[in-house]
Design a protein around this ligand. Structure first.
Ligand SMILES: *[C@@H]1O[C@H](CO)[C@@H](O)[C@H](O)[C@H]1NC(C)=O
Ligand SMILES: *[C@@H]1O[C@H](CO)[C@@H](O)[C@H](O)[C@H]1NC(C)=O
Ligand SMILES: *[C@@H]1O[C@H](CO)[C@@H](O)[C@H](O)[C@H]1NC(C)=O
Ligand SMILES: *[C@@H]1O[C@H](CO)[C@@H](O)[C@H](O)[C@H]1NC(C)=O
Ligand SMILES: *[C@@H]1O[C@H](CO)[C@@H](O)[C@H](O)[C@H]1NC(C)=O
Ligand SMILES: *[C@@H]1O[C@H](CO)[C@@H](O)[C@H](O)[C@H]1NC(C)=O
Ligand SMILES: *[C@@H]1O[C@H](CO)[C@@H](O)[C@H](O)[C@H]1NC(C)=O
Ligand SMILES: *[C@@H]1O[C@H](CO)[C@@H](O)[C@H](O)[C@H]1NC(C)=O
Ligand SMILES: *[C@@H]1O[C@H](CO)[C@@H](O)[C@H](O)[C@H]1NC(C)=O
Length: 662
């Protein structure tokens, strides 16, 4: 049970004062809330009671799933004659206080749903909302002894006559939510307050001052494609997660028999490491249905729950996406210096996928735990490969890690007399401009020469007496399997490899084609350039000449080079989320007329799409991509949207610029 603690917030706080609070920070939801919510707007007492009991019987309560939420559909069209809200007596014959008591007696927490409009969202029958009745309704909820309130947004736009849904209201929902925050704060018990306004007006910027969780987007739908759409929406919000403030990816479809087992694993894993509330949206057990053993095992996976409930409370973020190959990497920090990583297999085939540790900022890990493959590996160097089912995920916990670029000889080298051979040296671009620093166990005793060999080079490096380390510029090919052999009479401690710093090509150095258009952004936006090119399409590509170096004789005539693209996409799938809206856009890059490489970018907007600067179309983000076909000298680079197939977006993301790692 929650203890009854009187809020220290003054009861006379006005809306403005509430809005000024840095964040709610009231000790509720220091880790993401977990629970059950009856999926779809058709709850009744029988299903709520049996599923609440099932949380206990199946041991899910002991794993942390404690909030039992009664979703839309519980109330009636009219208030009582004294103005209070009431439940539908046909659906809840014993009444909400008794249902709440039953839930509490099971050691669980009681959550209700209401709406910041004049009616709740559609259930077929009109049901009254809380708008302009916040204080009375908060008092009523408290008289029922609730622990959580999910607060929806239908029929809420006064100036336009309270339409059903309004994804583009003329005023922000914020003030309406602030009124309920204030009403709840006036009660003598703290409750979990969950904002559900579908991500309208970029709530990540204001919701943490009013509530403990906020929905990042429109409702999840019972289809696999909802996972990609939701993750694309989550990308610009991951940095807003923290104790007491959680981006809500919506309840989970795990257990609803609409996803395969690997799909459910991916769904659950990503919701967990993005620190979403973990709310079971499938029926657990009642007269009509029971959750499958496989789905129950997924929801009960302790390792995954522990990632979600980690005390650090930091979300994983998207690190790299290979759109043509259909996989991507997410990672984030955990307490105790650990790291969690997920490699999602979007492809329809089972295959082996490899995590290159440098893609998540690491070079090696003492221990890698492969959660779904139930396997632990030690001394993992540079990369980890595991098998993944179609639409499955490689979910990894990495411990005792070393930062990218550091290669201890004890871990990475085989030693043969004076020859030390380092294996598994990583490079994200093919370049003759890597800086290598060789560190000795002991300072050199006298003047010596160190000879560094790889299939494509031999470098002699003079070492002066008492030097602790020496540096040289070397060649590495993009990938994880470079080897370097070093002849040195003085034993080597480690190598440090630093990548070239690259050269920036702003959008202003590109030639426009077709309908593409260069636009200036306000100061401090469209970083790092201050302008962007929009309306890039298949026939409206842009191009630039980029000079590259492919100069080592032993190299091939073309090379793979790494680019980091700064782009902007705020094409949010709100109305289209029920269909094929994906919150993504495709950008393609081709070099010297070769086959283009596709990067399907997620959202970038970190400001309101309605009222924020540039409507969120000035907030840039970056992703890296490896592109083949670079030759020595001038290269013609074309950026467009020339993807084939069922393209839902004509235009690619806006382009700000790119960093080219030569
Ligand atoms: C309760 O809900 C279930 C599942 O929707 C339904 O099958 C059942 O008929 C409902 N019971 C009552 C009493 O309304
Ligand atoms: C209560 O719910 C039932 C089942 O959905 C519905 O038929 C009935 O009209 C509702 N009662 C009221 C007063 O809304
Ligand atoms: C309104 O009436 C209901 C039913 O009698 C009662 O439970 C509730 O406490 C009343 N509300 C107020 C504000 O008096
Ligand atoms: C918030 O509540 C106040 C009354 O306390 C009311 O005047 C105001 O209109 C409400 N704001 C919104 C946006 O509902
Ligand atoms: C994981 O593997 C261990 C043995 O290595 C085994 O005891 C355990 O049952 C396995 N767990 C699952 C969930 O398969
Ligand atoms: C690739 O190398 C560049 C240059 O050091 C670095 O900034 C970037 O983080 C690297 N990217 C990845 C994904 O490893
Ligand atoms: C090599 O890297 C250095 C520093 O990282 C940089 O100043 C220089 O321009 C680079 N040269 C080439 C050819 O990329
Ligand atoms: C050159 O091409 C061959 C064959 O495609 C390949 O095995 C080799 O790794 C390439 N070398 C470099 C330095 O890219
Ligand atoms: C991106 O390209 C892929 C492959 O052609 C396509 O399936 C997808 O629908 C495209 N996405 C958008 C947003 O156009």
């Amino acid at each position: 049970m929650l203890s009854r603690i009187v809020l220290l917030v003054s009861l006379t706080l006005g809306v403005d004062a509430v809005a000024l609070l840095p964040r709610l920070n009231d000790g509720v939801a220091t880790t993401p809330p977990m629970g059950y919510n009856h999926y779809s707007c058709s709850p009744n007492e029988t299903t709520i009671r049996s599923n609440a009991k099932a949380l206990v019987d199946l041991g899910l309560d002991a794993l942390g799933y404690r909030y039992v939420g009664i979703d839309c559909g519980w109330t009636v069209a009219d208030r009582l004659s004294n103005g209070s809200l009431t439940w539908n007596e046909t659906l809840f014959p014993s009444g909400f206080p008794a249902v709440g008591q039953y839930i509490h007696d099971l050691g669980l927490l009681f959550g209700v749903y209401e709406d910041a409009g004049i009616k709740t969202c559609d259930t077929g029958i009109d049901q009254v909302g809380s708008l302009f009745h916040e204080e009375q309704d908060a008092a009523t909820f408290m008289s029922w002894n609730i622990d959580a309130l999910k607060y929806d947004n239908c029929y809420s736009e006064e100036p336009t006559g309270y339409p059903n849904t309004d994804y583009a209201p003329s005023t922000s929902p914020r003030a309406r939510y602030a009124n309920m925050t204030k009403a709840l704060a006036a009660q003598d018990k703290k409750v979990l307050f969950q904002i559900c306004e579908w991500g309208v007006d970029f709530p990540a910027l204001w919701a943490p001052s009013l509530a403990h969780t906020w929905r990042i987007g429109n409702d999840i739908i019972p289809a696999w494609r909802a996972i990609f759409r939701t993750l694309n929406q989550a990308v610009p919000q991951t940095s807003f997660a923290g104790p007491g403030q959680w981006p809500d990816l919506d309840m989970m479809e795990v257990g609803n028999d609409v996803l395969t087992v690997p799909e459910e694993q991916t769904h659950f894993s990503l919701w967990a490491i993005l620190k979403s509330p973990l709310v079971i949206g499938g029926a657990l057990k009642d007269e009509w249905t029971a959750i499958s053993e496989a789905s129950l095992a997924i929801l009960s996976n302790k390792d995954v729950i522990v990632f979600n409930q980690d005390s650090l409370g930091q979300s994983a973020s998207l690190r790299r996406r290979w759109s043509d190959q259909g996989y991507e990497v997410w990672s984030g920090p955990l307490s105790g210096g650990r790291t969690v990583a997920a490699v999602i297999n979007w492809a329809d085939e089972a295959r082996e996928l490899t995590l290159s540790l440098p893609d998540i900022g690491l070079q090696s890990a003492g221990i890698v735990r492969d959660i779904w493959n139930n396997k632990t590996s030690s001394n993992v160097k540079t990369s980890y490969t595991g098998s993944v089912e179609p639409h499955g995920v490689l979910l990894l916990e990495l411990q005792d890690t070393v930062s990218a670029g550091t290669y201890a000889s004890k871990v990475f080298a085989t030693i043969n007399g004076d020859q030390t051979t380092f294996h598994s040296i990583y490079a994200n671009t093919t370049s003759a401009n890597y800086t290598l620093t060789v560190e000795f166990e002991e300072p050199a005793a006298s003047k010596t020469t160190l000879i560094l060999k790889s299939p494509s080079q031999e470098v002699k490096i003079p070492v002066s007496p008492s030097a602790k380390s020496v540096s040289a510029t070397i060649f590495l090919a993009a990938g994880s399997s470079n080897e370097l052999t070093i002849d040195s009479s003085n034993p080597l401690k480690s190598l440090h490899v630093t990548a070239p710093s690259g050269e920036y090509y702003p959008c202003t150095s590109f030639t426009l084609g077709g309908s593409s258009k260069l636009e200036k952004c306000d100061a401090d936006f469209c970083a790092p350039v201050g302008s962007k090119i929009g309306y890039i399409a298949a026939e409206s590509a842009i191009q630039a000449t980029i000079s590259a170096t492919v100069d080592d004789e032993s190299q091939n005539s073309t090379a793979s080079k790494y680019l980091e693209v700064d782009y902007i996409n705020n094409d949010i799938a709100l109305a289209t989320s029920w269909g094929w809206g994906s919150s993504s856009r495709n950008l393609t890059i081709s070099v010297n007329g070769g086959k283009s490489v596709r990067l399907e970018v997620p959202l970038t907007g970190q400001h309101s799409e309605l009222f924020g600067p540039g409507k969120g179309w000035w907030d840039s983000s970056k992703l890296g991509i490896l592109v083949d076909g670079w030759k020595d000298g001038s290269n013609e680079v074309v950026i467009g949207n020339d993807v084939a197939g069922d393209v839902s977006q004509t235009y690619g993301p806006d382009f700000v610029g790119l960093r080219f790692y030569d």
